[in-house]
Design a protein. Sequence first.
Length: 325
Amino acid sequence: MIPHWRPSAAPAALRARAVMLAALRDFFARAGVLEVETPIASRCAGSDPALESLVTRWHWGSDAAGQPLYLHTSPEFPMKRLVAAGVGPIYQICKVFRDGERGRLHHPEFSLLEWYRPGWDYQRLMDEVAAVVRVVLGRPDLPAERVTYRGLFREQLGIDPWTVGCAALRTRAGALAIPDAESLDLDRDGWLDLLLTQCLQGQLGRGCLTFLCDYPPSQAALARLRQDAVEVAERFELYFEGVELANGFQELTDAAAQRARLQLDLETRCHQGRATPPIDTAFLAALAAGMPETSGVAVGLDRLLMAVLKVRHIDEVLAFPVERA
């Protein structure tokens, strides 16, 4: 057994992380993208019902109780404020924090690369994401493919995620032998996510980079909507060897629509009996002031390093995971 004081990552993994970070900074310097830093702790927090923030307190003056400060789950909101302020294309490499996450691919503190491209659409951004990953993996000829969310469910499971109901999704999950499917009480998006993660995700990105794109509108998060044969969210996720590496959007820039989405998220959190952090009004004010059309993406660097080293557990690329911190 490794003594508790020693790092869980081998020296070679620590060196590989340094090489990866240097390669990323070189890539973006050559591409003319500015490295920025934004606050890790904020008076506001993201409202995504799927994420939970870690919270600390700032004590100042006579405030004995202290001001809650939320450790960011993503630097997205302040980075978009910089884009709205006219800073131009930007990127950030930082630690982010998510409560309640731990496992082979999850850790409560992890490294994220996030960048924004004003004036680009998400199709062009996918090309750049592929270029970044190829550089880090050292595989310049690694092929990439794009698969639509609707097409994947239709072709692999025989269901249309835009029209199928919860009862049919529960039945399909049971037929696919997903454990305890019959006893689960999920909404429609919950069932779709279960089928994606349990039945479809593992086959994505095998020997290539797979961009899964154009999500249901109910899973838009912060993405813009587009009307095709059906309404779709201009969102993508990148998978490599069955593991999700990135999540990107054609960013929603309409302040009123964004406020409505944040309010809906908070209502969902309240219904679930979860904390409802304050809405980031500075972020909304930045959108109202006129954020340009922008595409943005976040890449999990620990998972990307796992792919470089071909290891199975996130602890193998972390110096000191939470249990040793």
